[in-house]
Design a protein around this ligand. Structure first.
Ligand code: PMP
Length: 426
């Protein structure tokens, strides 16, 4: 019953789009994994706050103080949403990509990094300046844990190390065994950061329960599309690192150095989250993330998860009835998953297929390699250096596709959208 998720209603359900066949139809947004629509509740909260908007941390006026309070209280809301430990820090960033790059810039000297080659590029690429071990694609969650354990067993046990892992794949929707991977990391003296970009919108994330050291996620995938993200977790590496951005807000004190000492300036940086948040922050973006966290916490995830699992079944059963369709999966059909499903259609160029879903049915999906090129190529059985990002050549009937189609959904997705999608594919 979709009405049970009414507190999580989203914007855009009555937007109509033209069809090439003539007429128009309500838009079926089935690309939540790229960017989810705003929650009505987030929009309303932002609209209610907007007249009171003021600069944070800077002004003496009432609205500046009010905005500063709301901004700083947003950290507490996010920390509660993630069930953080008492001394964890919540740093506001632009996105998951930004959060992981921040952490990469804060790695202690000599830090080794372990990352599965199946990761989204945001988790795969920021560590290039460190010593990175790329782990082979596992075919079961257990194999993921064993692969990591084997790699960690060979590392220098006295040096710092970080494991980066995604909670839910943006390609297959499959859940990764985060708790077990965290236990393996810690057993070998390594730390772990969770890329929760796809997990947080679909599942409760508890830093304490999963025992991860950091979590990163993006507002725009969590129904708060105002350009902010989060890095939350242990404060020590962040406190000891150079500021991610140098500038106002990150510095506590800047003093002129005497001419006889060579001139220039001496800087004392903050050791709070502000250390990495130089410049005027995105107040509305931060406030909107807190609003989304509140809305999801209040509604609870139970109904949302149950409804999403029902929609997943509907889509998978529908696709299973089309012999030309192959659903992509790393861990197999029975793996627990969120509402993100990728597939290829025999003899079809995925980009043309996705374009047809839009033009003929008003359905918005995504096609391509989903910023996870190694993973998608593994799933398609392709070579590592095969071309096929955008504009992949048309696959001949019977030929393997060079990219895929992804359908994804969540709060506010009506039955009609996934039913129309299945009908269109058929
Ligand atoms: N990680 C995963 C698993 C993702 O799906 C995405 C977005 N597709 C990102 C990281 C990057 O998120 P953003 O583009 O908001 O930085």
């Amino acid at each position: 019953d979709p009405s049970v998720c009414a507190p999580l209603a989203v914007l855009g359900r009555d937007v109509t789009v033209p069809l090439v066949t003539g007429g128009e139809v309500t838009y079926a947004a089935l690309d939540y994994a790229a960017s989810a629509p705003a929650l009505q509740r987030v929009w309303d909260d932002v609209a209610a706050y907007a007249p009171y908007y003021g600069s944070v941390h800077r002004g003496a006026g009432y609205l500046s103080q009010l905005s500063t309070d709301l901004f700083e209280n947003s950290r507490t809301t996010v920390a509660e949403f993630l069930d953080c430990r008492e001394d964890d820090q919540v740093v506001f960033t632009r996105s998951t990509t930004d959060s992981l790059n921040l952490l990469a810039a804060a790695l202690p000297a000599g830090c080794e990094v372990f990352v599965f080659e199946t990761e989204h590029h945001a988790s795969l690429l920021p560590w290039r300046d460190a010593r990175v071990t790329y782990l082979d694609a596992p075919r079961t969650p257990d194999e993921a844990v064993h692969t990591l354990e084997r790699a960690l067993a060979d590392r220098d046990p006295y040096g710092p190390a970080l494991v980066c892992v995604t909670g839910a794949s943006n390609v297959t929707g499959e859940l990764w065994p985060v708790r077990e991977l965290a236990a393996a990391a810690h057993a070998h003296g390594a730390r772990i950061v969770l890329d929760a970009a796809q997990l947080a919108p679909h599942h409760p994330v508890s830093v304490r329960e999963l025992d991860v050291d950091w979590v990163a996620f993006s507002g725009h995938k969590l129904y708060a599309p105002f350009g902010s993200g989060v890095l939350a977790g242990r404060s020590d590496w962040l406190r000891e690192a150079e500021p991610y951005l140098a500038g106002g807000g990150a510095s506590r004190k800047v003093a002129r150095r005497p001419k006889e000492a060579g001139g220039g300036v001496d800087v004392e940086w903050h050791d709070t989250a502000a250390r990495h948040e130089a410049g005027s922050p995105n107040v509305i973006g931060v406030y909107s993330i807190a609003a989304a966290c509140k809305a999801l916490t209040e509604a609870g995830f139970d109904e949302l998860v149950a409804r999403e699992q029902y929609l997943i079944r509907k889509v998978r059963e529908g696709l299973a009835e089309v012999p030309a369709v192959r659903v992509l999966s790393l861990f197999g059909d029975d793996a627990p998953r969120v509402g993100v499903i990728s597939f290829v259609v025999d003899g079809w160029n995925s980009s043309h297929f996705a374009a047809a879903l839009s033009a003929e049915y008003g359905i918005g999906v995504r096609d391509g390699l989903f910023c996870a090129h190694p993973l998608v190529r593994t799933l398609l059985g392709g070579e590592t250096d095969e071309p096929g990002e955008c504009g992949a050549p048309e696959a001949e009937p019977g030929e393997k596709s060079l990219n895929a189609i992804r359908v994804s959904f969540g709060a506010g997705t009506p039955d009609e959208h996934v039913e129309r999608f299945v009908r269109a594919v058929k």
